[in-house]
Design a protein around this ligand. Structure first.
Ligand SMILES: [Fe+2]
Ligand SMILES: [Fe+2]
Length: 180
């Protein structure tokens, strides 16, 4: 991420720290969701458990990558910046839903969807900045993570839609077939 760092190192650190708040939260969200789903008798969501486990693994990798990128930019992985503080405020509600053991699973899925939508947009924005800065090295690394975020979004949308189809139309969806 040399070009981006050369352009504005504090701004790069601010963006990376923002994403790191989301990625750490994502790991926590998926861990909580997997526990809830494994304890559930609902076949629809139980089928999604292996997909969620894979996503959790990738979110953990994203957090590790961001920690390394922050270190490369000369910042601590625990650095607090204006955008990391903003991300903490933004994610408070999502975290509350997933930590609430009484929240319906449909609400947990909705909270995951909200997190993934923002996460996807965040990685996309970083990739756009890298492209504008002609930072080829950053492009490669960001592209890979954004592609993974696209599969997360697709998977969570599939589960959310399946719950909606059941609720409104009484139709059962096999989410293992729809979620790539
Ligand atoms: Fe992620
Ligand atoms: Fe994600």
């Amino acid at each position: 991420m040399k070009h981006l760092a050369q352009l504005d190192r504090p701004a790069l650190i601010d963006r990376l720290a923002e994403r790191l708040v989301f990625e750490r939260l994502a790991v926590e969200l998926y861990e909580a969701a997997i526990l809830r789903i494994n304890a559930s008798a609902d076949v629809l969501v139980r089928r999604a458990a292996p997909t969620l486990a894979r996503i959790r693994f990738e979110e953990h990798e994203h957090a590790s990558w961001l920690e390394r990128a922050l270190a490369g930019a000369g910042a601590s992985p625990s650095v607090e910046t204006p955008r990391s503080a903003l991300a903490r405020i933004e994610t408070e509600g999502i975290a509350r839903v997933v930590r609430d053991a009484r929240a319906p699973l449909g609400h947990v899925v909705q909270a995951l969807l909200a997190a993934e939508l923002v996460d996807h947009a965040g990685w996309h924005a970083l990739l756009d900045l890298a492209d504008e800065a002609e930072d080829d090295d950053a492009h490669e690394q960001l592209r890979r993570r954004l592609d993974e975020e696209s599969t997360h979004l697709h998977a969570i949308r599939t589960i959310e839609r399946a719950l909606g189809r059941r609720e409104f139309l009484g139709l059962e969806t096999d989410v293992t077939r729809k979620a790539a």
